[in-house]
Write a protein that binds this ligand. Structure first.
Ligand code: SF4
Ligand code: SF4
Length: 299
C-alpha cells in the first residue's frame, strides 16, 4: 500500500484498536467472534461442516451456534467484563455474507446497544458483491475474504462445489465463478474505502507456490493486508481437518512463503487461527467463561 503520511495517519486511526489489522493493537485490544452464521454456499476440501468451520483462517470450532438475540446477550455480557473488547466479528461457522439476514440482525442489535464498537466480517467472497452497499451502510470498516487461488484450475482442487444463483456448480466452472466474485467483491470494497484483509490457506502441493500470484492480484485490487495461514490437518479439539488428506505445511515452508511475499501488501504474521466463537485478546481465549447458560436472559 503506498500512502502519504497523512493517509498513513488516517489508516492508523482506523486500525489502531483492531487486534487483527494492527499487530500493535493485538497486545491491548480484544475481539469477539459470534457464531451466528452456520450456513455456507461453498464447500472447501479442508472444511468439515459436521464439526463447524469458518471462513476465518482456522476452519474453526464453535461450541454453540447462536441466534442473533443470543449473540447480543453474549456480546453485552462480554462487553461488561472485558474492557479491552473493541471488535465484534461474524466469522462463521459458515459464511457471514451467505447467512446474511442473521449477520445483519446481529450487527443491528450490537450497533444499537454499543454504538462505538467496531464490526467486522469474514467471508469466502461468493455472496460478497451483493452486500457491499449494506456493509458500508452499517459502517463495517474491516472485511476479511478468504482467497486461496486466482486460477480456476487450482481452485478446482480446493472447492468441489459452490451454490450460486440457486444453482450448484462443480469443478473449474465453480472455481471460475468463485474467483470472479471474490475479485469483484474486493474491488467494490476498495472503491468504498473499506479495509480488507485477505486470508489464504496454504495447502502444500495445491496452492503453495500459487499464493505468490494471489498476492499480486490482491495487491493490484487494493487489499490492505494478506494473511497466509497454514492448513490445519492435525487433530484439534478432537476434530480432524484436511479431509482429502493434505498435509499441513511445515513452519519453515510458511515462513519462506511469507518472506517472499513481504513488500507487496502488508503481511499479517500474528494470526492465531481463532475459533468461530473466540473471545478475548488474541491467543488468550476466554469463550468458556461466557457459555450461554451462564449469561442472564435479559438483554
Ligand atoms: Fe467451511 Fe468456510 Fe469453506 Fe464454507 S467457506 S466450506 S464454512 S471453510
Ligand atoms: Fe484475527 Fe486471525 Fe483470529 Fe481472525 S483468526 S480474529 S484474523 S487472529
Amino acid at each position: 500500500l503506498s500512502v502519504t503520511d497523512d493517509k498513513d495517519a488516517r489508516i492508523w486511526e482506523r486500525i489502531k484498536d483492531h487486534p487483527c489489522f494492527s499487530e500493535q493493537a493485538h497486545h491491548y485490544f480484544a475481539r469477539m467472534h459470534v457464531a451466528v452464521a452456520p450456513a455456507c454456499n461453498i464447500q472447501c476440501n479442508y472444511c468439515n461442516r459436521k464439526y463447524d468451520c469458518t471462513n476465518e483462517s482456522r476452519p474453526g470450532v464453535a461450541s454453540v451456534k447462536l441466534t442473533p438475540d443470543q449473540a447480543l446477550r453474549k456480546v453485552l455480557a462480554v462487553a461488561s467484563k472485558v474492557p479491552e473488547l473493541s471488535v465484534i466479528g461474524v466469522a462463521g461457522p459458515g459464511d457471514a455474507c451467505y447467512d446474511w439476514r442473521k449477520t445483519v440482525a446481529t450487527f443491528e442489535g450490537v450497533a444499537r446497544e454499543i454504538p462505538d464498537i467496531k464490526l467486522c466480517i469474514s467471508t469466502n467472497g461468493l455472496a460478497l458483491p451483493d452486500h457491499v452497499d449494506e456493509l458500508a451502510d452499517m459502517n463495517i470498516d474491516h472485511v476479511t475474504i478468504t482467497i486461496n487461488m486466482v486460477d480456476p484450475v487450482v481452485g478446482a482442487k480446493i472447492y468441489p462445489w459452490i451454490l450460486h444463483g440457486h444453482r450448484r456448480y462443480t469443478g473449474i466452472e465453480a472455481a471460475r465463478i468463485l474467483h470472479e466474485r471474490q475479485m469483484l467483491g474486493l474491488e467494490l470494497l476498495t472503491k468504498r474505502g473499506i479495509l480488507t484483509k485477505i486470508n489464504s490457506v496454504m495447502i502444500p502441493g495445491v496452492n503453495d507456490t500459487h499464493l505468490v500470484e494471489v498476492n499480486r492480484w490482491i495487491r493490484d485490487r487494493g487489499a490492505f493486508m494478506h494473511n497466509v495461514v497454514p492448513l490445519i490437518s492435525k487433530p484439534s479439539h478432537g476434530t480432524y481437518y484436511g479431509l482429502t488428506g493434505q498435509r499441513c505445511p511445515e513452519p519453515f515452508e510458511l515462513k519462506a512463503l511469507q518472506d517472499c511475499l513481504d513488500g507487496n501488501v502488508k503481511l499479517m504474521r500474528h494470526c492465531q487461527q481463532c475459533r468461530a466463537d473466540a473471545i478475548g485478546l488474541l491467543g488468550d481465549d476466554r469463550e468458556r467463561e461466557f457459555a450461554l447458560d451462564q449469561i442472564s436472559t435479559k438483554v
